[in-house]
Write a protein that binds this ligand. Sequence first.
Ligand code: AMP
Length: 210
Amino acid sequence: MNLIILAAPGAGKGTQAEALSKHFGIPTISTGAILRKNIADGTALGEIAAKYINDGKFIPDDVMIDVVKDRLSAEDCKNGFILDGFPRTLAQAEALDASDVDIDAVLTLEVEDETIIERLSGRLECKACGSSYHKQHKQPKKQGICDNCGGELTTRADDKPEIIKERLETYYKQTAPLKTFYAEKNMLRTAVGQDAVADTTKAVLAALED
Ligand code: AMP
């Protein structure tokens, strides 16, 4: 299955992508994670990404399209993949549409803004493996330490309150219109985000079976 997850920042894209990746046995391609890794490694792509990402701004379309085309051509994507965080603009969606990559479905997660802001402002992320936690709702067993790999937990630079607002505005302006783009192609599947991760996964699987 070649799947896109399209949702606001903090709606649970990454978490659901992880669950679906296990369920279907296919990799998740998170463009945000690719960019953060490049920033940490000090690559040329990381240098470009750093100029935008910490201000909550999008990386230019041509850069992102090349990153994703390159990643999707890898061997591990041959049996399917989950795109988490791409496309985010109409230009990116059109470039994907014009490429030789076929997409089976586009999943959107509906979550209230209030919940999103609460989730993002309490989010913690492992510096080493990218696993996500929450200061109240998903605490690690040992404070500040990742359960999965023992890495250090940190607040993402773009999860600061003023940047969260900017990211949400950018989402509604540039990414949310893609729902219409895919609905018109009859590819859009909608799941309503629930409080418990496992309940959202059930809703997601039901939406994909429709
Ligand atoms: P995410 O981890 O998906 O929330 O992405 C974090 C940040 O990476 C976004 O706020 C953007 O600055 C950047 N980014 C990720 N994917 C894209 C994309 N497809 N187009 C432009 N910028 C992106």
